[in-house]
Design a protein around this ligand. Sequence first.
Ligand code: PEP
Ligand code: MG
Length: 587
Amino acid sequence: MQIFQGIAVSPGFFVGEAFILDNEGSHIPRHFVRARATDDELKRLEASFQAVAEQIQQNQKDISAELGPEYGAIFAAHLQMLRDPKLNVELREILLERNLTAESAVKRIFGKYAVAFEQHKNRYFKERAHDVRDLERQLLNDLSGANRYDLANLKSPVIVLAHTLSPSETVRMDRGNVRGFATEIGGQSDHTAIVAEALEIPAVVGIGRLLANIASGDKILIDGDRGLVIHEPDLATLTRYDRESSFRDAQQQRLLQLRSEVAKTRDGTRINVMANIEFPDEAESCRERGADGIGLYRTEFLYLGTDRDPTEEDHFQAYIKVASALDPRPVVIRTLDLGADKMGRIARHAEHERNPFLGVRSIRLSLRNLSLFRTQLRAALRASALGNLRIMFPMISTLDELRQARLVLHEVMEDLDDQGIPFNRELKVGMMVEVPSAVVMLDRFIDEVEFISIGTNDLIQYALAVDRSNPEVSELYRASDPSVLRLIDQAINVASSRNVPANVCGQMCGNPLFTMLLIGMGLRSMSVRPGSLLQIKEVCRSVTLEQCVAVKENAMRMDSAREVERYLRMELRRAIPSIKAGDEYMD
Ligand code: PEP
Ligand code: MG
């Protein structure tokens, strides 16, 4: 049994077969074949060695001609490695003895050499690991025909393990058969993680080296609560998780009883608990869980996972589907928040930005692509005639941006008027508060919007200068950081002093750890992932306002994120003894 620790991004667990996508996204097939098929595998392996050697020779010739023979020599080293008799014998032996596929044999032997080189003290040998990995990749590409495996066409339930998955790939996953996924890179609130939450499948990201140690078909346990991937779990581990599963089922049954209850503190303060969605299909389950509305509809997901840009009609149909599922409760349509992090076609140019999170993202992108922006606004306005819709602009960082966005909206309204197309003239317009400048200037912004929604996912990254998708700095990415808490508190205060409704829609809001603290700050509206709706309702219904205010006052006096978290965990347990918060599930 081997345990890999990563970042937990979507809760739940599952035990099943690994399905490996390598760095290039090719699928490495199951590693065992029938004994009589090994001859065929050997032939495939030899053919592949031959093809890769020819390709390398060709590269060597081309580069030598272009840049001189000293550059061509790099390829000579690759050829030498490929022809190494010891390596060839090892590959044949492992393939024949263990009935492996050619791909598995390559992966195992090259993986072994690469790790040995990587661990070598001498820098020269260490660097040779890249050559080994490069050769491995070329052989695997040749063997698999370099086809990216389409996650939409799986035949049985699997746990996908990949170096990375883009939000578009995640969106295309066959939801019935992908029962969890884990990636070597990625961070806590990047958009692939958000899609996993929307699909309600366990997910772990930022594990570091994983693929070299696991083959497709191996037994894997994924634990999306603790961020663990367990390779070939032993019996004791499986039994522990079985017990945990029964506990979860019982907890779920208890929570289901809250579906038609509202979130109200024990002393009668009503809290709106709404949901965040990415796909119109999610709306129905939000209604069933008794959501008070959709506080954040991430409409950019209409752009991901398809080959063409959505038309006005596509937008319109999606919006009325969500609005009618939730009717008469409100649905907040957030205008496109595309950028390099979400990788829509529209944002392709942004992939080359050095700091995509600080680049042409979100409202900046909409304001530079006015026809795209207008198409979306037209659809949202048309849908507003049929359902309770609101519009919200993301990533507003200056007043000018907000005014420009409102101006475009106004122009689109005039066009609709000219054409006699109905829309809701009283439609509420809000902004996301997710850039520190918006918090600092909120007293100015607040008179120009009808509501705000605090996006803590981005607010944390911009306040702490921590890339939300970079596992190297994930330790620093903390909603509980005292500076972040002050920013949230300040924004809620400004909004309530002017009677403008404030909501929080960042992921922290779906974590029961923060519910008391946010209520204590004066928050009366939260928007959470659908899977958290019932749990957040339960916390609201178990506490008093007085208790929440005391929690807030104590937490705001603390100096560090760790201290705050420890304290909040203790308070949550005290308020709801049956809840198991954070790492303590397995006590
Ligand atoms: C946020 O930043 O908190 C937010 C809700 O928006 P997104 O996660 O889509 O950037
Ligand atoms: Mg955001």
